[in-house]
Design a protein. Structure first.
Length: 130
């Protein structure tokens, strides 16, 4: 049986440029690259993010009822600051609003991957799933 999510994998066009972008704009920590075409990044909590350099036209997104949806959904307690930072760095923001259960932010990274971020409402920003 499955026990936990170990890591997620997303495609990137330029590995070094992508590592620098995710570290600078999203707060990831880069770890030693084990190959020339992939790398591992981490946040203080949660599974690792594995980047795969590819020249194929592929993205970590899917479509639901005509809307592009993110595969990755992260949590933050500073969604307004993240929104402002991304906007100030000309990142394409596709959605930012309070959905009642919390604030939701969706944006497109430098590789065309859509990301989702949530800041749940309530005490200590408790998970919406609790």
């Amino acid at each position: 049986m499955l026990e936990k999510l170990e890591h997620m994998q997303i495609p990137v066009r330029d590995l070094d440029e992508s590592i620098a972008w995710y570290v600078q704009h999203l707060g990831f920590t880069s770890h030693e690259q084990s190959g020339q075409d992939h790398a591992f990044l981490t946040l203080p909590e949660g599974p690792m993010l594995m980047l795969w350099e590819t020249q194929e036209d592929t993205h970590a997104n899917f479509t639901y009822q005509g809307q592009t949806m993110p595969v990755l959904l992260y949590a933050t307690s500073q969604i307004q600051a993240l929104h402002d930072h991304l906007k100030n760095h000309n990142v394409e923001i596709t959605f930012f609003q309070n959905e009642g259960f919390g604030w939701v932010l969706k944006f497109i990274d430098l590789n065309g991957n859509m990301w989702g971020v949530i800041e749940p409402n309530g005490k200590n920003n408790a998970s919406i799933y609790a």
